[in-house]
Design a protein around this ligand. Structure first.
Ligand code: ADP
Ligand code: MG
Length: 505
């Protein structure tokens, strides 16, 4: 019998089922890759396992015993450890202190207990040995690289007697060499009998490190595969399958090819973005599709002027320096950030102030803000976008995610931007508001606006875009016009697939 079994797991958020009778199992010393597109339910399943969310129904059986986790601490105590992307290390402590954080070995010679540093360092060396590593126990963690910090976390899991370790996109920030190193550590963990749940979108890694693959799609099981018996095709096929028409109405293209709004040539940023070139026409919606680490995030920030970059950008024929958000506003570029809560809305302010934030100059006369004009402007846009709220003075925090997103949109529309860059525009937005936002984009394009969407949501990109660029590893790896794109092909490329890999498997 499997060491861990999750059976018929059901979970809803405000009435919407996001996990529907999901099954998941893991053996000792086994690596199971958990695969699924954005929103498939991977994180929710893991959060139930780690005691962060409670399940609505279903059973979790660990080592033959049913368990009920009421808190993360209870899950942890049962030997389940999640290593998150944002590593939870203490930078100012040593490697050994991190590994034994919360349970430093203490000796009580005399009457005052003191930390037994010698023992702690010895134990750390043993653990590092088990993992095939030789990171110095006395090193300060802040002086380590990301992959070494990760290894410290893994050692900490071992020290805490973890027998299941969950890794969520662990290689997103690692180089190829560091990835090899992590895989070597994972193989050692297997030898120790530790079961590993490995979340990734890189198919190459799935084939290299996993024993089995469990695919989720729309909160349901979409297949379990023995890694050696499956193929790229089969896995990608299992992941896709939501039909586009079901989700989005079809839209007519409205490109004016003679009018180029933005031309970008050889845009680059360190290793994260390499040689990006494209043209955006009036009335066009361009979609950049990419997964974590693909560079779409960096591209969005670069276009908005929030990251220094190399390369050249022309806005309406004029060579421009896109170097600061204020400048990009002057150039008529509106920006909808992916991290709405941190960068999009100003939570302390009202709906009205959030809408008029970027167009204060437009509503001012000789330096005085004209309140009436401001209110009219806020009213007009909240009307046009059908933002649901009780009054313009209402706090923005009380709005739903979808309505907050519309407020951010309204802000830029109020500045009469001709160009809009939207990063993950419907992340965390409910289905109804999603369709609204889709319609708004469509209408804006019809009015001649050029829109760039950067998204890891494949159906969204496919339904909206006139032109689709697939990004992977900071580069454009594919360009498709609306008619020629198919889901399977796009997902292949975004997951690191090449012609060779496809024909090989
Ligand atoms: P994945 O990790 O596979 O991308 P998630 O588990 O994060 O998927 O999300 C599954 C679905 O549940 C998505 O539609 C997401 O919007 C929704 N969801 C996740 N967490 C919450 C939450 N705390 N409140 C409401 N909806 C949520
Ligand atoms: Mg997730």
């Amino acid at each position: 019998m499997a060491f861990l079994e999750m059976r018929n797991i059901v979970k809803s958020f405000s009435g919407v089922q996001v996990l529907k009778d999901v099954h998941f199992d893991l053996g000792r010393g086994e690596v199971v890759a958990l695969l699924g597109q954005n929103g498939a339910g991977k994180s929710t399943l893991i959060k139930i396992l780690s005691g962060y969310y409670s399940k609505d129904s279903g059973n979790i059986i660990l080592d033959g015993q049913e368990v009920h986790f009421r808190s993360p601490a209870e899950s942890l105590a049962s030997g389940i450890r999640v290593i998150y992307q944002e590593l939870e290390v203490f930078p100012d402590l040593t490697v050994a202190e991190n590994i034994f954080a919360g349970s430093w070995p203490v000796s009580t010679q005399g009457r005052i207990p003191i930390v037994n540093r010698k023992k702690m360092n010895e134990e750390t060396r043993k653990l590092m040995n088990l993992l095939g590593e030789d990171i110095n126990p006395d090193d300060l963690v802040k002086n380590l690289g990301i992959s070494e910090k990760q290894i410290v976390e893994i050692a900490r899991a071992l020290a805490g007697k973890a027998n299941i370790i969950v890794m969520d996109e662990p290689t997103a920030a690692l180089s190829q060499r560091e990835t090899k190193r992590l895989f070597a550590v994972i193989r050692r963990l297997k030898e120790q009998g530790v079961g590993i749940i490995y979340i990734t979108h890189r198919l190459e890694e799935v084939f290299e490190i996993s024993d089995r693959v469990i695919v989720l799609r729309d909160g349901k099981n979409a297949g379990t595969f023995k890694t050696t018996d499956t193929s790229w095709q089969e896995l990608v096929q299992a992941m896709i399958g939501r039909s586009l028409e079901e989700l989005y109405p079809s839209r007519e293209s409205s490109i004016s090819l003679e009018k180029i709004l933005v031309r970008v040539e050889g845009l680059g940023f360190n290793n994260f973005l390499k040689n990006i070139s494209f043209e955006l026409h009036a009335g066009e919606i361009i979609g950049f599709f990419g997964l974590i680490g693909s560079g779409i995030n960096e591209l969005a920030l670069t276009l908005f002027g929030a990251l220094p970059s190399e390369g050249r950008v022309w806005v309406e024929g004029r060579l421009t320096k896109v170097s600061s958000p204020i400048l990009t506003k002057k150039l008529g570029i509106g920006f909808i950030p992916a991290d709405r809560k941190r960068e999009g809305i100003v939570p302390e302010m009202s709906v009205k102030d959030n809408i008029t934030l970027a167009s204060l100059d437009r509503n001012a006369k000789r330096g005085f803000i004209q309140r009436q004009k401001e209110t009219n402007c806020a009213c007009e846009w909240s009307d046009r976008l059908q933002i649901k709220f009780s009054g313009l003075e209402q706090s923005i925090k009380s709005l739903s995610g979808g309505n907050q997103q519309k407020v951010v949109l309204a802000r830029w529309l109020a500045t009469q931007s001709k160009i809009l860059v939207a990063s993950e525009p419907t992340q965390g937005v409910d289905v109804g508001a999603r369709i609204d936002i889709y319609r708004i984009f469509d209408n804006l394009a019809k009015e001649g606006m050029g829109i760039i969407i950067l998204s890891s949501d494949l159906p969204e990109v496919m339904a909206l875009s006139d032109t689709i660029f697939v990004m992977e590893g900071g580069k454009i790896v594919g360009k498709f016009s609306k008619g020629e794109a198919d889901q399977q092909r796009l997902l292949y490329l975004a997951m690191g697939g090449t012609e060779k890999a496809i024909s090989h498997k």
